[in-house]
Design a protein around this ligand. Structure first.
Ligand code: HEM
Length: 270
């Protein structure tokens, strides 16, 4: 008696299209696990009373990315030398297609970035989110704040106009008055007896390479810790007080810190 071969059902047309569309993602996932990582990042659990206040960190991140992108476009045309810096900025503003927009976004965006950083820091402070186990993330935040302001200071000189020049003279002299390290810092920043080519090159390198690189690295660390530890509930929330609406107290299941923050010395985050 012959046995009929099992019939292989042909996938439907929509299934075939989905397979083709998903092939690159499957390819990447199989070789790197990146897709799973991104999915975990996007769909991780957060406290149920997460609010608009919690968007301030992402808003700060967006402002920084806008600065990074517009900065790269400006660098295509900016000339970091005292003879041509001012003219190159004038060219960007007055002659380059949409140059005024890119420069305006970069200039005003710098203030937006700093203001958002302060708002985000205020949220973290008022929610007590700097406490155990997030002290390290607060310290990284403080470094980000310092680097953000240093980015503003070094960028201010680049247009090489009167305001830029004299504001930098004041800034460097102020640094020079700091105890012990002040004079060395002032000497390092000005790069010579007076503000000139060496100062501009140094500020440009700091503004374009060193400081943004450090900020990118610290943001990576900052976000890693946010994902690892989870975000803090508002102080007025039931979760922060250790109570869950309509639920028995924490069953103890699940990874501590991802769903809700844990307090010092508590076994399961209560
Ligand atoms: C480039 C600047 C910064 C970026 C892009 C950034 C980004 C973020 C993001 C996306 C989050 C998670 C969502 C949220 O809580 O809003 C976060 C959380 C946090 N940030 Fe920042 N941040 C920056 C600066 C700062 C500063 C200046 C501080 C404090 C000095 C700080 C301290 C913290 C802390 C402690 C958390 C954890 C909050 C929690 O658990 O609820 N960050 N940050």
């Amino acid at each position: 008696m012959s046995v009929a071969a099992p019939s292989r059902k042909k996938p439907s047309r929509s299934q075939q299209i989905a397979n083709v569309a998903l092939y690159p993602l499957d390819w990447l996932e199989e070789r790197s696990g990146l897709v799973g990582g991104v999915r975990y990042f996007l769909f991780r659990k957060v406290p149920r009373d997460t609010s608009w206040f919690h968007t301030l960190g992402s808003a700060t991140l967006t402002a920084f990315l806008v600065q990074a992108i517009t900065g790269v476009v400006l660098a295509f045309y900016y000339k970091p030398d005292p003879e041509s810096a001012y003219e190159s900025v004038q060219f960007i503003t007055n002659d380059l297609t949409l140059g005024w927009l890119v420069r305006g976004m970069h200039k005003w965006g710098a203030s937006v970035f700093i203001i958002l950083m302060f708002f985000h820091m205020a949220r973290v402070f008022l929610f007590g989110a700097y406490k155990y186990p997030r002290e390290l993330n607060w310290i990284i935040g403080v470094l980000l704040l310092a680097l953000g302001m240093l980015e503003g200071f070094t960028g201010y000189l680049l247009p090489w106009d009167q305001t830029a020049y004299w504001a930098t003279v004041v800034g460097i002299n102020l640094n020079g008055t700091a105890p012990v390290l002040g004079p060395f810092l002032a000497q390092f920043l000005s790069g010579g007896a007076e503000i000139g080519q060496d100062t501009l090159s140094k500020f440009y390198a700091l503004h374009m390479l060193a400081i943004p690189g450090a900020i990118f690295a610290l943001i990576g660390l900052h976000l890693y810790l946010v994902i690892r530890l989870g975000v803090t509930s508002p102080p007025w929330s039931e979760e922060a007080a250790g109570r869950h609406r309509g639920e028995a107290r924490d069953s103890g299941r699940g990874r501590r810190g991802l769903v809700r923050p844990g307090g010092r010395g508590s076994a399961n985050g209560d």
